[in-house]
Write a protein that binds this ligand. Structure first.
Ligand SMILES: Nc1nc2c(c(=O)[nH]1)N=C([C@H](O)[C@H](O)COP(=O)(O)OP(=O)(O)OP(=O)(O)O)CN2
Ligand SMILES: [Zn+2]
Length: 125
């Protein structure tokens, strides 16, 4: 089984509603993300998936998220879903799953780092 992964980052602000502490105040992070596709079969070039294809999907998403207030975005707005690393990882997983429309491969996981030492992973069974 191969895993092919791409790392990227964006800068965005957020606050955690109802959090008992500083994180309920508006603050920013450099969010690092990692997107990983898995599968068995390589193409004639010896690639599971071209890094470029993953990068392109990430670029479109990062355009939406960079320098924004995550709480203002539809998935985290009136819905009451807090923009935590966990919820952001799930949101991005579903976005990339749709954007990449993978065949004979799957989106293995998406990692979202709030800092170099703290991160969340979302994957599907
Ligand atoms: N499971 C989660 N826990 C926390 C999240 C999260 O998304 N998922 N988010 C936060 C806050 O966003 C906060 O910005 C990060 O908190 P923390 O790591 O404590 O950041 P500090 O810079 O304050 O780190 P210290 O080591 O405490 O100085 C909180 N928790
Ligand atoms: Zn934070």
């Amino acid at each position: 089984m191969f895993q092919v992964c791409v790392r990227a980052h964006f800068d965005a602000a957020h606050y955690i509603r109802d959090y008992d502490g500083d994180c309920s105040n508006l603050h920013g992070h450099r969010w690092d993300i990692e997107v990983c596709v898995s599968g068995e079969k390589l193409d004639h070039l010896g690639m599971l998936i071209d890094f470029k294809d993953i990068k392109q999907a990430i670029r479109s998403e990062v355009k939406l998220l960079d320098h924004c207030l995550l709480n203002d975005l539809t998935p985290f707005g009136a819905s009451g879903v807090n923009p935590t690393a966990e919820n952001l990882a799930r949101y991005l997983y579903l976005e990339f799953k749709e954007a990449l429309s993978l065949q004979e491969k799957r989106l293995a996981w998406v990692k979202v780092f709030e800092s170099p030492d703290t991160w969340a992973i979302y994957e599907e069974d």
